[in-house]
Design a protein around this ligand. Sequence first.
Ligand SMILES: Cc1ncc(COP(=O)(O)O)c(C=O)c1O
Length: 342
Amino acid sequence: MLAPVDLRSDTVTRPTPAMREAMATAAVGDDVFGEDPTVHALQSRAAILMGHEAGLFLPSGTMGNQIALLTHCRPGDDVLVGQHAHAFLYESGGGGAIAGVQFTAVGQGGHFTAEQMQGSIKGGDSSGHVPPSTLVMVENTHNRGGGKVMAPETFAAIAEAARARGLAVHIDGARLFNAAAALGVGPDAWARHADSVTFCLSKGLGAPVGSVICGSKATIGRAHRYRKMLGGGMRQAGVLAAAGLVALDDAPQLVDDHRRAKALAAALAGMKGAAIDPDTVQSNIVIFDVRDYSPTEICTQVADDLLILPFGPTSIRAVLHRDVSDTMLERAIEALGTVLHG
Ligand SMILES: Cc1ncc(COP(=O)(O)O)c(C=O)c1O
């Protein structure tokens, strides 16, 4: 029996033969002593791609966001994020527990404008009642926002307005390469305006493990200390960084995932039991509403052929990634059609 097509997340990708080969032959050293040449190569390449001075290899995107909070904020500070930001919703309360910050959600649907952000900045009262906003964090693409891409100009305006008010700017760019592929620009179109940026190698880019945080030498110097504090100092991590370097070579193929996501959305739009506006699909994430059954019932009904996840009381998420071919997508659409009446 064929294994079901797995659209639960772009984190389910397996390392490619080229990644495994690079991992097997990687030059390595003890990276806590700063002696791993492959980690250095990845960090330098990441910094150049992002338009920053330095990069730091990390085990995960969550650690990248937590390090950014620790690096830019002090306990008691307020952090401005878009609605449903990963750092707010899905990092197990790390922002409060580890960095001691609180979050204020700005705008609707994940993204926001410079004007909306300015209206949410707190602090400056002489009585000290109000926690000062010291960081704005933008998630691009936005996961709960359905893979939404923020226009580089919108981000540049947010960064400029934030800096004018003394706030630092961090990008949760877990899927920044998807944003770049969607617009046909480099990831530096956003990253160069930020004080720090994290991106994940282990999502659409397909590496087995790893994220990188980039920023100025001073910022990454502070991040380095916090990585150690959080237990993220890794030893012969070159075996992982080697896969990350191959993943960066493969970034141009993200456009195929986006093409398939749009095809899936178009097919769903023609099914009676589903509701989606295909024009809202900008990258590799497809979120659709369902009518006749609950999301859990639908996910269970298609599970022999297709794995997808309930994403809200009436919605389901499907994520396209490099391990899904056109044929597999056809099978996924057929499975959905049997339940949603395509
Ligand atoms: C937008 C966003 N940021 C951060 C993360 C965290 O990445 P990791 O799973 O590597 O901790 C994720 C994971 O899905 C994410 O979607």
